[in-house]
Write a protein of this length. Structure first.
Length: 196
């Protein structure tokens, strides 16, 4: 399974890292969209970095992912527009689930939410695509910020995605390169011993 991270700032101060494990075996297109928006690999505006959680409802969920308007009215997918609900195999059974926010059936973009409690009334309406595997303490901290109208965090407590990306993408590459160098060195040493 794919893992991504979101480094969170609250009111400009670091609040911690959330690591999510994504269900790429269940909803591959939804995961591809979220993952690419975490890494920013498609370029342009298509990245969560610098965006905010614009809607926080304690005892329910935290919503973010609008990197175009930052108020819940915008956002883009990597597919060029809205994309369909992939399936509803996973249900909203616990806190810490990643699910797609939408404006009705088949209107997925970049906005998503993290559940704070089980939310079965959202089953069959929103696509669950991952879960928090580390950083629930950060999620709980985010849920405690003061909010104003429309459940928007108070300007002094803006909840921002300061950085984001895929976990271990570069380290896997580094490990491969190190292993390759080690194998090469080992072969050279063997060759050298044979010559003696």
């Amino acid at each position: 399974m794919v893992r991504v991270y979101l480094d969170i700032k609250i009111g400009g101060s670091p609040a911690g890292r959330i690591v999510g494990e994504l269900y790429d075996d269940v909803v591959p297109a939804t995961v591809e969209n979220f993952c690419c928006l975490c890494t920013g690999e498609r370029g342009g505006k298509l990245c969560y970095k610098g965006s905010t959680f614009h809607r926080i409802i304690p005892g329910f969920m935290l919503q973010g992912g609008d990197f175009t308007r930052h108020d819940g009215t915008g956002g883009l997918s990597i597919y060029g527009g809205k994309f369909p609900d992939e399936n509803f195999k996973r249900r909203h059974t616990k806190a810490g689930l990643f699910s797609m926010a939408n404006a009705g059936p088949n209107t997925n973009g970049s906005q998503f939410f993290i559940t704070l409690v089980p939310t079965p009334h959202l089953d069959g309406k929103h696509v669950v695509f991952g879960e928090v595997v580390s950083g629930m303490d950060t999620v709980k901290q985010m849920a405690k910020v003061d909010t104003v109208a429309n459940n928007k965090p108070h300007f002094s407590q803006t909840v921002e995605i300061a950085d984001c990306g895929e976990v271990d993408r570069s380290s896997k590459k580094d490990k491969k390169e190190k292993k390759h160098k080690k194998d090469k060195k080992h072969k050279k040493e063997k060759k050298h011993k044979k010559k003696k």
